[in-house]
Design a protein around this ligand. Structure first.
Ligand SMILES: *Cc1c(COP(=O)(O)O)cnc(C)c1O
Length: 220
């Protein structure tokens, strides 16, 4: 298995090249290391390589990976990038620093009430189902304005959008669509692009690219 630090250098070179091509400032692009289904040894290797921004897609697994480690790394940030059930809001608010997958009012209710209880709050992203795929989570683009208003009423700060394009379609179309939606609503962050398409995402304006296998190798 390749060293994570080597993979990271390769990824960063590609990010740099794409940013240059797009005329973008490199500092606006965040590499989110997706540590789901990786071993503790691989996660430690990423930490030792200096990585401090990680993504997990399940609350339970995120606890197994991070509950004991996180306190030892004060600058470490964890993003939830998978669907969240309202009854896991307690755990999610306690562990994460950003939830990228806000997609319905009752989740906003659960999170804002938990944030109040825990005295902890952080800006989140709304996940948009840009391909309107029935099996995928995320809000439909047409319903985004109402959800943003709802978040505003409830006091949940939203500062970005996230998407996972349909596998069978050119991702760039979805990336530029998400960017347009974010611009329309004045949202600065765009979480889009994974191992296979992060360069395209950077060209389309991604501020957060979520990379798992290209960084860690194949999942367990
Ligand atoms: C697993 C996952 C990723 C990372 O996928 P790779 O192809 O391994 O880079 C990104 N985003 C989400 C939402 C994921 O679940």
């Amino acid at each position: 298995m390749t060293a994570i630090s080597e993979n990271r250098t390769i990824i960063q070179d590609k990010i740099r090249a794409a940013a240059k091509k797009a005329g973008r400032d490199l500092s606006t692009i965040n590499l989110v290391a997706v540590s789901k289904k990786q071993t503790p040894a691989r996660i430690q290797e990423a930490l030792d390589a200096g990585m401090r921004l990680f993504g997990e897609n399940r609350v339970q697994e995120a606890y197994e990976h991070w509950a004991a480690l996180k306190p030892s790394y004060p600058g470490l940030k964890l993003h939830l990038i998978g669907p969240l059930q309202s009854n896991k809001a307690v755990e999610a608010v306690a562990l994460f620093d950003c939830i990228e997958t806000i997609d319905r009012p009752n989740l906003v209710d659960a999170l804002t009430s938990e944030m109040k209880k825990q005295g902890k709050s952080f800006p989140c992203f709304i996940q948009v189902n840009t391909g309107a795929e029935p099996q995928k989570s995320g809000i439909l683009p047409a319903d985004l304005p109402d959800l943003l208003i709802y978040c505003g009423e409830k006091g949940l700060k939203i500062n970005g959008l996230m998407c996972m394009p349909p596998a069978a379609e050119p991702p760039a179309l979805h990336f530029s669509f998400l960017k347009k939606l974010a611009q329309r609503h004045g949202l600065p962050n765009l979480s889009m692009g994974m191992s296979g398409d992060f360069e395209k995402a950077v060209l389309s304006g991604a501020t957060h690219i979520r990379v798992g296998t290209a960084l860690f190798g194949e999942r367990e």
